[in-house]
Design a protein around this ligand. Sequence first.
Ligand code: NI
Length: 257
Amino acid sequence: MIDTHVHLDDPAFDEDREEVIQRIQDQKMDFVVNIGSDLPSSIRGVDLARDYDFIYAAIGVHPHEAKTYGPEVEEKLRALAQEKKVVALGEIGLDYFYDYSPREVQREVFQKQLDLAHDLGLPIVIHSREATKETFDIIAAHLDKYPEDKINIHCFSGSVEVMEAYVKMGCFIALGGTVTFKNAKVPKEVAKKVPLDHLLLETDCPYLTPEPKRGKRNEPVNVFLVADYIANLRGMSLDELLKVTDQNARHFYGIKA
Ligand code: NI
């Protein structure tokens, strides 16, 4: 079992991080990938990856923090990327729901980091909220630079049609707790219809806790709840689902068994 998207560096885990990480081990999970939100969080993620075999790191600047991006940050990301256990660039993209950074800045920083990922030869973890069309268009415009299976649309929240268009481009669709929410009709449809060989599972912890734990802080072991829910939706066993999604995760991040 693999959680492809965690934020273990988040202050929400400051009180009991070691216990949360211990539970990953107790559940015999294969590995988790800690995703960067800005430079400091990327550095903390790399530190965690140094401390624990089963933690890998993605580094990058989230659209919320796009205003903090500049040549110095980019240089530091380049240096961090030399670490062995840095397996992706992310999360990067556009967030027009919160608009914490000006949209122009978000677009520019997104494209700069796409170029950076290309330079570094790293796969990309995408965050997109209320910016479906622009995110899609920017990715499509950069696609010639990437092996087609090196883009992951994290916490995918679009329609079945948009999912299909991404899959056609070769992207992975990552699904988490939102699929389990009672009123989430479209995510459930997406979870049923996404081709299995393009599906990744994630928690995005500490956020987006799946049912029936919704309302509490999320943590990596809850990816089991997501997997179980999606297996049920698709009428398959948990083992059958995990066999493929774990293989997808290893393939995407380039982590061998
Ligand atoms: Ni995230």
